[in-house]
Ligand binder design. Structure first.
Ligand code: ATP
Length: 286
């Protein structure tokens, strides 16, 4: 427990670290159980992130040795570009997120961020350069201001509001009974799925990470909300290395590269614009 605690005690306790980095706890994994699997090496190096290029180099991974989850996965996300992951449920999309965030170590191959093997660097550094927008964002029973500021604890009110504006939720907040001081969450004002996702986007904009992982919501949104979300997503992903678990054609169309993941393998890869057949293929797999 000391080993686990050591690298994390800069933040007080590790539960809060987890919440900060990965708010969608229930879905992504049972964190408290799974966190101890990965530790900093005794002489873990600082991670130097300049461009934010991500490389999966022949990665294989299993949760249980009897069932391989990812098989020989190789892809590169050039700095600032967007890769969309699509494919049937259970194909391994979320696992790719978990590995890049280093909740687990790969059994084969390696994952590089700007050329550095993520197993050799400090987790704190790795996680501070990655922003995550989960499918279903958990809001704390606190003000909307607090909930957005969570992306960067020391942010000023002005920065919080600028982030909200860029995430297309500022006007909405001004319409709440107490504006930014309105209590939200289970015991406060309930926000819709689309609004919660925009809170997560605002948090990420405040955090300003080089790399963004986005688990796109599957729920249907009305056209108006959809347009707002797409606009704020583009604000968030521009010039950031982005990996999206994509469910919407509008997102897929904007990706620089599409990977179709099935049964733990990349069964197809390409670009929409170039290959119309690919559109058909994707609409069949989604
Ligand atoms: P979905 O679109 O439904 O979220 P996915 O493509 O993200 O699916 P993963 O969640 O990465 O798929 O799961 C890939 C495989 O690994 C599945 O067969 C799943 O059952 C298995 N799996 C996921 N998490 C664990 C775990 N913690 N322990 C054991 N097996 C797991």
């Amino acid at each position: 427990i000391i080993q686990l605690y050591g690298p994390l005690n800069w933040f007080g306790n590790y539960y809060r670290v987890i919440q900060k980095n990965f708010v969608d706890m229930e879905k992504m994994l049972d964190l408290l159980q799974e966190l101890p699997e990965v530790k900093d090496l005794p002489h873990a190096e600082p991670l130097t992130v300049q461009k934010g290029e991500v490389i999966f180099d022949n990665v294989s991974f299993y949760y249980d040795p009897r069932t391989p989850t990812l098989k020989n996965i190789s892809f590169t996300i050039p700095s600032g570009s967007t890769v969309a992951l699509v494919g049937p449920s259970g194909g391994g999309k979320s696992t790719i997120f978990r590995l890049l965030f280093r909740f687990y170590d790969v059994q084969n191959g390696r994952i590089l961020v700007d050329g550095q093997d993520i197993r050799h660097v400090r987790q704190r550094d790795l996680r501070s350069c990655i922003g995550i927008v989960p499918q279903d964002t958990v809001l704390f029973n606190d003000t909307i201001r607090y909930n957005i500021r969570y992306g960067k604890i020391g942010a000023t009110d002005k920065q919080v509001e600028e982030a909200a504006e860029a995430a297309q939720i500022h006007d909405k907040i001004l319409g709440f009974p107490d504006g930014y001081d309105t209590k939200v969450g289970e015991r406060g004002l309930r926000l819709s799925g689309g609004e919660k996702q925009r809170v997560a986007i605002a948090r990420t904009l405040l955090k300003n990470p080089q790399i963004v992982l986005l688990d796109e919501a599957t729920s249907a949104l009305d056209t108006h909300t959809e347009r707002h979300i797409q606009k704020s997503l583009r604000r968030m992903t521009v010039n950031r290395t982005t990996l999206i678990i994509a469910h919407r054609l509008s997102t897929i169309v904007h990706a620089d590269q599409i990977l179709v993941l099935q049964g733990g393998e990349i069964v197809e890869r390409g670009k929409l614009i170039k290959d119309t057949l690919f559109i058909l293929f994707i609409s069949l797999t989604l």
